[in-house]
Design a protein around this ligand. Sequence first.
Ligand SMILES: *[C@@H]1O[C@H](CO)[C@@H](O)[C@H](O)[C@H]1NC(C)=O
Ligand SMILES: *[C@@H]1O[C@H](CO)[C@@H](O)[C@H](O)[C@H]1NC(C)=O
Length: 348
Amino acid sequence: MRAPRVTPAAALFVCLLLCIRSSLCGGLLGANIVCARGLTERQRAMCHAAPAAVATLGNGLSMAYAECRAQLAGRRWNCSGVGDDPRVGHVLPLATREAAFTYAITAAGVTHALSEACARGDLPACACTTKRRRYTGTAEQFEWEGCGDASFGARFARRFLDARELEADARSAMNLHNNRVGRKVVKEMVRNECKCHGVSGSCAVRTCWKTLLPFRAVGAALKERLRRAKHVVAEHDFRGLHSRAVSMRHPRLVVRRTGKPPRKSELVFLQKSPQYCEPDAAIGSHGTHGRHCNRTSKGEDGCETLCCGRGYNTVQLVQESKCRCQFHWCCSVSCDTCITKTELHVCN
Ligand SMILES: *[C@@H]1O[C@H](CO)[C@@H](O)[C@H](O)[C@H]1NC(C)=O
Ligand SMILES: *[C@@H]1O[C@H](CO)[C@@H](O)[C@H](O)[C@H]1NC(C)=O
């Protein structure tokens, strides 16, 4: 086995952190600092060419990590550690469906953040035209305003994140596929919004623009795909499925059960997930001892599942708070003290 690699974005994140902590970073990010180390040659070149876009990319990463935690809260593997300490390297050494999810949501976060910044006109590198395009429709007149589609963000995310997949192996092919799924979800969630203009609300002229759905919706869509992720194997013919971005041939991936290529919308993984019940850094598991579970839930956060059948302790929490407050004229407030008891269930 080769040494664990650093997450696609992690190395960059270190650089951004260095930047954020240094005083040289007021206003425009210093390209030299941002682009300093840990990046591949290709990434460094992009970094120097478009420092503002790379800074935005850093925001996209933070958003993606936060969303990963929000979507998987309550599960045995809850995204904890992802993006925390980039020096540790890959938080998920195995090529599992959870790893697939982190790659996809990372690519999605970067795509989303860059596309929004592009639509706002914040990025000089963004090729988005601010010229209005006028369409004279049959019944109505349309005007398209600005640009809110995700193509700039997706292109930048592809060039930047895919550039880390330097090995021509199955894991790289998996990462590239899942990166693409992430970008695609964002692109598919672009919506048209229109506003009517005209005399007293008549829709004589409509102005339309494209908007991205909130990133929460993207996270939810990817979580659904996590559930339906496909177990794939590498075929050893080097036809180079997704290799246009990288000048290298990757093995073709096919779904284990059917022998067919996975769909472009499906997350793919190469290894079955471990139980994540006991802590084991070698497989990226924190274990579930001490986790809080939900006694009435039948789902992933239920005590039975989350505690892996080890059982749990119930802790009574007694809290005092002010309640039944009354306002007396004039001017005082009197309250009772109420005691609320809540139970907390903690995995053994
Ligand atoms: C996620 O899991 C870690 C490690 O098991 C735990 O410390 C943390 O509290 C969990 N986070 C949430 C939001 O449940
Ligand atoms: C526990 O699970 C039940 C059933 O799924 C749900 O209605 C409830 O809100 C959950 N409680 C907490 C504290 O999350």
